[in-house]
Write a protein that binds this ligand. Sequence first.
Ligand code: PMV
Length: 347
Amino acid sequence: MDETFRCVTCTAPVNIAVIKYWGKRNEKLILPTNPSLSVTLGQDELRAKTSVAFSSKYTEDRMWLNGKEESVSSQRIQNVLKEVRRRVRKRGAPGGGNEVDTSRHIHIVSENNFPTAAGLASSAAGYACLVYSLCKLYGVQGEISDIARQGSGSACRSIYGGYVLWKTGDLMDGTDSFAEQVAPESHWPEMRSLICVVSDQKKHVGSTEGMQTTVLTSELMQHRVDGVVSQRTDDMIEAIMARDFPTFAKITMQESNQLHAVCLDTYPPIFYMTDTSRLIVRLVHAINDVLGDIKVAYTFDAGPNACLYLLKEDVPRVMGLLRHFFPPAQRNGEPFVTGLPVDELPV
Ligand code: PMV
């Protein structure tokens, strides 16, 4: 028997931002130009599942993503591995001895149950899950969202459930740029999200490249950083704490629109939304107009797929309207609803 074999499996859900992260002030440490805030979705719907193992029999670090072997040499994977191993050496881990021997090689196996790199926050769930699993494997305790941040910025928010803020931070070394829970999922039990998969194709401009070009070329981006996003973040936290859905929804839509306006203001411009995405926007505004109040909000990340936020009582009629206007032939699968049930990632 291999005495040194140890394996941990975890799952982590995606998070979808209502205040958007777009732009870095430090590329290497992945420090953002502005705060962002997201909602972590349900465990059972869009999630990454990752197993990490170490063994004295492994001769090199290896990784398999969605069944295919990938190199572990990418800078971000290396950043995460190095940082976790550095913390193990610095702090030690419960049990000590062999458990904290970071010289052993590891194997990583990860899979998503939804399209990867299609603007559905696959990297957020993936890196959050990798970091969480590694920390469990090595017994690293304390704040770990800043390690996830170094894999993919938005991943730091998937470490927590519910409503999560990623602080911009002021320090050059990034130690004050981490995620914190604003409210647990249980704070707003009626909240639901509905994911409309418009396309499962990989996006044509990755978020890293897109952000770099935006920061360099967009004047509107400066306007965001100069105060718009901070004010919206404060207003959003207030809306969440008061469970004020119309305000939550309005800011969510304004943020999504400004993210895509900033992308259009980038030179050359970046288009993530498609005609179908824009039809969803029009439909949501039409629903809200007919109902005489804001009952549903859309948000789009770096891709054409929509995440709708709405309250439980409005799910049936909004689902009905979506099915009516996007019959199966025009839909890429069923829209599906998720609760927001996690406060902590199960191991
Ligand atoms: O963490 P990244 O590099 O995948 O960037 C994600 C950026 C957006 O999804 C568009 C917005 C956000 O805040 O999640």
